[in-house]
Design a protein around this ligand. Structure first.
Ligand SMILES: *Cc1c(COP(=O)(O)O)cnc(C)c1O
Length: 365
């Protein structure tokens, strides 16, 4: 078969071993997964109780326009209903954008390391990928501007960035947006938006009003705790949404996901509570890093990238054998680091205790 050549250079996303597989392999009773930045507190109780009484018509297609979710979210964000697009997770929106704008005569710009799916989808579409190294964990926006060429169609900005947790302050993003030619789509991926506490973070929804070439991506997978249901959304002016819509599959967001997400929006108390607990959890990690003189990037998210100055896979293995699944920095562009999702305070204490044991056992080596 004549596969797209570039497809043969790609490997599927490696989601890591399942909790069950790790349990069996190491004969463990309890596994704590701190690898995918999921919410350790689950989702809003309000969502759970709504789903319990839901009598879904499983034989019927979902509402392809996601009417109820659209109306609820539009009201919450104070945008118009036609300024939103929904995805089967924001991953799906990255795919839709790539499909709509990237091809073998197009180039696209992103940071490195950043979220893997921008590059992955760009390669599938055959586009030229320009990766601009982070500087101290931050996007080098000037270098990204410098990389723009005649063929550039999309620039990806991940803020806060995965896997560093760093964010772009308002003045920097605005000065960047001012300079990007208006025919280039700027995608600002804000998967961790709800966790941000920095005061100079920008109001991206407002920026979509000012910059007609900006789309903001958010998700219900992280703080809302609905990763399994796959719901993400994009906010942009209606011309962008209108152009993207034909590249979206007609029934890409399932009925249960639509219902759960609309209910989740109504429980902002849950969101605020998780955000607060996350900051407390981060303090546990910061203290550990300082006590052990480990460097890390201050983070605006629910994960932290810690530099252990040894092969990240070693730490990953050591933790896995003791019931903690984290993400080795190896596959994330930081070979001597691990990325750990902030868990409940008990989970954090547990993983940090094992990490202390690792450091103790390896002292002087
Ligand atoms: C988790 C994550 C996503 C994907 O979220 P889904 O909505 O679950 O597809 C997108 N971007 C970044 C930066 C992420 O970390």
């Amino acid at each position: 078969m004549r596969w797209k050549e570039q497809l043969l250079t790609l490997t599927p996303y490696q989601p890591g071993k399942s909790i069950e597989a790790v349990k069996r392999q190491f004969n463990l009773e309890r596994i704590v997964k701190l690898a995918s930045n999921e919410n350790p507190f689950g989702c809003s109780a309000r969502v759970l109780s709504t789903l319990q009484t839901y009598q879904p018509s499983l034989a019927l297609y979902p509402d392809g326009y996601a009417t109820k979710l659209r109306e609820t979210l539009a009201e919450f964000l104070e945008v118009d209903a036609d300024e939103l697009i929904f995805g089967n997770g924001s991953d799906n929106l990255i795919q839709i954008i790539s499909r709509a704008l990237l091809h073998s005569d197009a180039s696209t710009i992103m940071a490195s390391p950043t979220f893997s799916q921008y590059k992955h989808n760009a390669i599938i579409e055959g586009a030229i990928v320009k990766e601009i190294p982070l500087v101290n964990g931050d996007h080098d926006l000037d270098a990204m501007l410098g990389a723009i060429d005649e063929q550039t169609n999309v620039i990806w900005v991940c803020s806060p960035n995965n896997p560093t947790g760093t964010y772009i302050p308002e003045y920097k993003l605005i000065s960047f947006l001012e300079k990007v030619p208006s025919h280039i789509l700027v995608v600002v991926d804000e998967a961790y938006f709800e966790y941000v506490v920095a005061e100079d973070y920008y109001d991206s929804i407002k920026l979509t009003r000012q910059y007609e070439n900006l789309i903001v991506l958010r998700t219900f997978s992280k703080i809302y705790g609905l990763a399994s249901l796959r719901v993400g959304y994009g906010v942009a002016n209606r011309a962008i949404i209108k152009a993207l819509e034909p590249a979206r599959e007609p029934f890409n967001v399932n009925s249960i996901g639509q219902l759960a997400a609309s209910e989740a929006i109504h429980d902002q108390e849950f969101v605020t509570d998780c955000k607060e607990k996350n900051r407390q959890g981060l303090e546990q990690f910061y203290l550990f890093c300082e006590e052990n003189q480990l460097s890390y990037y201050p983070t605006q998210t629910n994960f932290i990238l810690i530099d252990f100055k040894v092969d990240g896979d070693l730490i990953f293995q050591y933790l896995q054998e003791r019931g903690y699944i984290v993400r080795s920095g190896k596959a994330l562009g930081f070979p001597k680091a691990v990325r750990i999702t902030v868990g409940s305070s008990e989970q954090n204490e547990g993983v940090l205790k094992v990490l202390s044991e690792f450091l103790e056992a390896n002292r002087g080596n």
